[in-house]
Design a protein around this ligand. Structure first.
Ligand code: F6P
Length: 327
């Protein structure tokens, strides 16, 4: 088997804390195995434009602790077209790049699968998204940090909620996945948690809020995922409760993009370091079309196609725990 001499790395889609640590790991693993490493700016956008930079072990000094991504990120419309992908392939050939590590979420991996089908180009994926909605890993890069950010913010909201005897609706990220809402909700002691995977019904929420008043709670927090299934956004939910339960003084807080930023947690840094090394080793071993991930604290690999199709399921035990905690 011909040894790969040059590997490229990119970050794509919504950024997540730990992406820099993963770039560092890929670059350092390349240096360790004496393979050249090229950074691609702005994900597939930069690939189409040939916006590349050579990365050495020293290029990635002092980034393990930094949020965001030094390579920048984008969601590329042009890469969805055949013409865009043809331009991308030309740049890879021109620069003698023989394999690529894509750090991103399911959208980025879908692009990777199509590109591999068309050009047989070796690709390994590293799951990087705060949403944790990728099959084939129990943790995506950035999820742990985002959770801690959300819990810290909700703790602060609790202080003011409790001082004023108020009910707060706190919206957390997650268009299609309730992992952040459920875990941050349980971690921050939320009264109710609304997620995209299950429609718990508005009546149930009203009942639960009534009950908490009856049983002596003076303030409450309801955590709502961006994409929850109630059919109402967080402001409409607040209005709905104000109309139906006039005893409540309601406020809304949308945490938004702050959840995507900040220094990665130690967990995310260690995960990024492990997944980066594994992705380079798989490529040097002649493997392709795999996503690296974590299961039972072991680094594993899954076919990227399966990782995209596999979907995600919410932890029913955690839902049950959250229910019991509202007693
Ligand atoms: O996929 C990560 C994520 O942060 C989602 O939780 C959120 O719905 C989405 O990205 C927001 O995307 P954008 O920053 O492009 O608006």
């Amino acid at each position: 088997m011909k040894k790969i001499k040059k590997i490229a790395v990119m970050t794509s889609g919504g950024d997540s804390p730990g992406m820099n640590a993963a770039i560092r790991s890929v670059v350092r693993a390349c240096a360790y195995y004496r393979v050249s490493c090229i950074g691609i700016y702005r994900g597939y956008e930069g690939l189409i434009e040939g916006d590349f930079i050579e990365l050495t072990a020293r290029s990635v000094n002092n980034i393990i602790n930094k949020g965001g991504t030094i390579l920048k990120s984008a969601r590329s419309e042009e890469f969805r077209t055949k013409e865009g992908r043809a331009k991308a392939y030309e740049h890879l050939k021109e620069n003698e790049i023989e394999a690529m590590v894509v750090i991103g979420g399911d959208g980025s991996f879908t692009g990777a699968v199509i590109f591999n089908e068309e050009y047989k180009f070796p690709i390994i994926g590293i799951p990087g998204t705060i949403d944790n909605d990728i099959f084939g890993t129990t943790h995506t890069l950035g999820f742990d940090t985002a959770l801690n950010t959300a819990v810290e913010a909700i703790d602060k909201i609790r202080d003011t909620a409790s001082s004023h005897n108020r009910l707060f609706f706190v919206e957390v990220m997650g268009r299609d996945a309730g992992f952040i809402a459920l875990n941050a909700g349980v971690g921050a002691g939320a009264e109710e948690i609304l997620i995209p995977e299950e429609d718990l019904g508005l009546d149930r929420m009203l009942e639960s809020l009534k009950k908490s008043r009856r049983t002596g709670k003076s303030s409450s927090i309801v955590v709502v995922a961006e994409g929850d299934k109630s059919g109402k956004n967080v402001y409409q939910l607040a209005e709905y409760v104000e109309e139906n339960l006039q005893e409540y003084d309601v406020r809304v807080s949308v945490l938004g993009h702050m959840q995507r930023g900040g220094s990665p947690s130690c967990f995310d840094r260690v995960l990024a370091s492990r997944l980066g090394v594994k992705s380079v080793e798989l490529l040097l071993d002649g493997k392709t079309n795999l996503m690296v991930g974590l299961k039972n604290n072991e680094v594993i690999s899954t076919s990227i196609a399966e990782a995209i199709k596999g979907g995600h399921s919410i932890n029913q035990e955690l839902l049950r725990v959250s229910d019991i905690m509202t007693t």
